[in-house]
Structure formats: C-alpha cells, structure tokens
Design a protein around this ligand. Structure first.
Ligand code: NI
Ligand code: MN
Length: 226
C-alpha cells in the first residue's frame, strides 16, 4: 500500500490495483504541487467533512472518474445533489466496498458544508478508517484530541494526524493522539498550508519518540507500507 501526500489533509492511497483519495483539496491549495488533472483515475473519494479545504475538488473528480464519494449522509447528499455518485454512511458505521472497507469515526470540529448557502446539508465531521491493500489507515479528519481515539488502539497501521493547531490539534495534542492509537506509522498533516497553522513536524517527531515511526512527507512525496 502506498500513501502519497498532496498537501494539507489530502492523501492518495493505492493498493491491490485500487486507488482512493481522502480530502482532495487541490484547486486553491497553496501546498499542493499538482493540480487535480494530474491525479490518476480514482475508485473512490473519501471525505472527512464539508469545509472547503477538505471537500475541495471532490465533486469534479467524482464526475471525471465516475468514482464514488463516501461521506456522512448529509455531505454525501450535497455531493449527490451536485451530480456525483455517492455512498452515504454515518459515524460508527462500516461498509465493505470493492476497494476496501471504510468506517467513519468521531471527530470534534465544525460541520458546515462550504458551497451550501442553505445550511441544510450541515453535518458532523468525522475521521475515516480505511482498509486498503492489506493495511489499515486512520485519517483523523480535522479534530480535537478526543478519548474516542483510544477505541482504535492497536488497530491502525498508518495514522494521518493534524499538527497545525488553531483549527485542529497542535503538536502536543497530536503526540497524545498517537499515544492513544499506537499506530505503526504516523504522518503529520494539516500544517504549514497557511501561516495560522504553522507547525514544526520535527517537534512532532521528537514528541512521538519511539511510540511510532514518524514519516514526514513533503507535498507530492509517497511512503510505501510494506
Ligand atoms: Ni475543517
Ligand atoms: Mn481543515
């Protein structure tokens, strides 16, 4: 299974000939080094919440590839009402897709859907646990540190965790989150996209110490999980 970081909270996961992207924020993302047009054909698009820096290019990519958007019910409805193929789920539920298994888990954050002036699609944000290519990946989404993370202890190969502070956990809480989940590998995200979320991934790496292997990826870089 290969994970490619595309800046901010966007990751492409590839394994067993399947390909999914999480939170595909390319257009307008100052940290992205490619445009969405350079993204290979997708099987699915997984969304943590509807804020613009996560929903991003999801609907356009879903239409381009006839890929399925997987999200909480209300956010999925928003995408469906804008012409995307969708699969609606909700927090606590899991589903086996052709590409792998997805479970939505709690995240503490805002739930508004950017691009929805009516407010009728407002929903809970979530984290995404996806099994792909024989590995389990936990993308926390935008969230505070929460005890719910302990429920995933020992079940995660790769954790993707925000360290940028202000809107999400900062370095200190992200280190504690790693202690809760005990993943084999952790990649920091949601930092240095803008000045307000400036953070030092080396400080995070130092804080985690021997609890997990910290892999720091620059946008465009990949990590292969063996
Ligand atoms: Ni957000
Ligand atoms: Mn965000």
């Amino acid at each position: 299974m290969k994970a490619t970081f595309h800046g901010h909270a966007c990751f492409l996961l590839e394994g067993d000939g399947k390909r999914v992207v999480i939170d595909p924020f390319f257009t307008g993302n100052p940290a992205a080094v490619i445009g969405p047009d350079k993204l290979p054909k997708l099987d699915a698009i997984l969304l943590s919440h509807g804020h613009g820096d996560h929903l991003g290019d999801a609907i356009a990519l879903a239409k381009r590839d006839t890929a399925t958007i997987v999200a909480t019910y209300e956010l999925a409805q928003f995408c469906g009402d804008h012409g995307a193929t969708i699969h609606a789920m909700h927090i606590g539920g899991a589903h086996q897709f052709p590409f792998g298994r997805v479970k939505l888990v709690p995240a503490f954050h805002g739930g508004r859907v950017d691009g929805d002036p009516t407010g009728k699609y407002t929903t809970n944000p979530c984290g995404v646990v996806v099994g792909l290519g024989g590995k389990t990946v936990y993308h926390t989404g935008d969230t505070a540190l929460t005890l719910e993370m302990q429920l995933l202890e020992g079940r995660v190969d790769l954790m993707l965790v925000p360290i940028g502070d202000n809107y999400t956990m900062g370095v200190e809480d992200a280190v504690r989150a790693v202690g809760f989940v005990k993943p084999k590998i952790v990649i920091p995200m949601h930092y240095n996209t803008w000045d307000v979320i400036r953070a030092d991934p080396r400080a995070f790496q130092k804080g985690v110490g021997t609890q997990a292997q910290v892999v720091i990826l620059a946008p465009g870089e990949s990590y292969q999980l063996s």
